[in-house]
Write a protein that binds this ligand. Structure first.
Ligand code: TYM
Length: 332
């Protein structure tokens, strides 16, 4: 049997965070040998909010550079820009016609995002999950490695795929979400009850992947904890400390029990310093590669161009099959 297929992506809106890395990219890197992987930069999804065009192009290249700097090998993985593979938007239109308003109305991210962008609640924001479903189904992906916040989008993707299959016969693979046990939801450093987000207004809440070591240390020093001064995992009552433990544990490859033992009898000062050191140690080599790649736009272009070619090949096959099934005439 051939390798199973994976697809995932990150929007090109804002700087990537430690949440994106620990919730998504770090898992992708581990999967690259075992699976046939498609990793895209979701630049079309980024259009649901207003962007400066030049900034959007720059961000797309930054996300690509982060992928590669994080260890995704462009030879092993198909790395591409969503907007360069037309099949996504072709399937998107079709799937729009098989998705109900009521289903989209239930999406919590739509509700959150509409509250955040009350002056621009466009229909792209509303149908965002259908484009995401198209991204996944157009490769017949078996697995979709994402953070917890994308779970609902995976569920609607499965529903759409099952609906289509029920009408037209087996067409789409029903994809599974791959959500890590730890790190599926890295929380804010200042508000550990909300997820760490690219669009946070309080910059101390977020560690960006391109933060300097000084900023990382400063932000972790300021991270909200509690008054117990005991490194113990208790998400409910100690959300701040539990979040830092998750970060530490994921980077060091340690369970929460092991982290507790390691810091037994030590206070938060020690724990925060040690956490800052492992984050800096993890991000420094990544940043070096990242800045090198950004200085080499030709190399980046080579990666996304060859990625788009490979992706197109696979995606076109599935779109043609769908066109055929719904009754469109395909130009040969
Ligand atoms: P986006 O760009 O918001 O986030 C990219 C990935 O990072 C994960 N993530 C987190 N994980 C843990 N803790 C956090 N604080 C955190 N913040 C973000 C997200 O769960 C996600 O896996 N709609 C998607 C992009 C997308 C996509 C797709 C993903 C478009 N098409 C198809 C998978 C498959 C999004 O906005 O992710």
């Amino acid at each position: 049997m051939g390798k199973k297929t994976i697809l995932s992506g990150i929007q090109a809106t804002g700087n990537l965070t430690l949440g994106n890395y620990l919730g998504a990219i770090q898992n992708w890197v581990k999967m690259q040998d075992e699976y046939d992987c498609y990793y895209m930069i979701a630049d079309l999804h980024s259009l649901t909010v207003r962007n400066d065009p030049e900034v959007l192009r720059k961000r797309a290249m930054q996300v690509l550079a982060i992928y590669v700097a994080s260890g995704l090998d462009p030879e092993k993985n198909t790395i591409f820009l969503q907007s360069q593979v037309d099949a996504h938007v072709k399937l998107n239109w079709i799937l729009n016609c098989y998705t109900y308003m009521g289903e989209l109305n239930r999406m919590t991210q739509f509700k959150d995002k509409s509250a955040k962008h009350a002056d621009n609640i466009n229909s792209g924001l509303f149908t965002y999950p259908v484009l995401m479903a198209s991204d996944i189904l157009v490769y017949n992906a078996d697995l979709v490695p994402v953070g917890e916040d994308q779970r609902q989008h995976l569920e609607i993707t499965r529903d759409i795929a099952e609906r289509f299959n029920a009408i037209y016969g087996q067409t789409f693979v029903i994809p599974e979400a791959f959500i890590g046990e730890q790190g599926a939801r890295i929380m804010g450093l200042q508000d550990p009850t909300a997820k760490m987000s690219k669009s946070a207004t309080n910059l101390n809440d977020v560690i960006f992947l391109n933060d300097s070591p000084e900023d990382i240390r400063k932000k972790l020093k300021k991270a909200v904890t509690d008054s117990e001064n005991c490194v113990r995992y208790d998400k409910e009552n100690k959300p701040g400390v539990s979040n830092l433990m998750t970060i530490y544990g994921l980077i060091e490859g340690k369970s929460m029990d092991e982290v507790e033992k390691e810091f037994e009898g030590k206070g938060y000062g020690d724990f925060k310093n040690k956490t800052a050191e492992v984050v800096v140690k993890k991000l420094q080599p990544l940043q070096e590669k990242y800045y090198d790649l950004l200085e080499n736009p030709e190399k980046l272009k080579e990666i996304y161009e060859s990625g788009a070619k490979k992706a197109q090949k696979k995606a076109n096959k599935i779109v043609n099959e769908v066109y055929q099934k719904v009754g469109l005439i395909i130009n040969s």
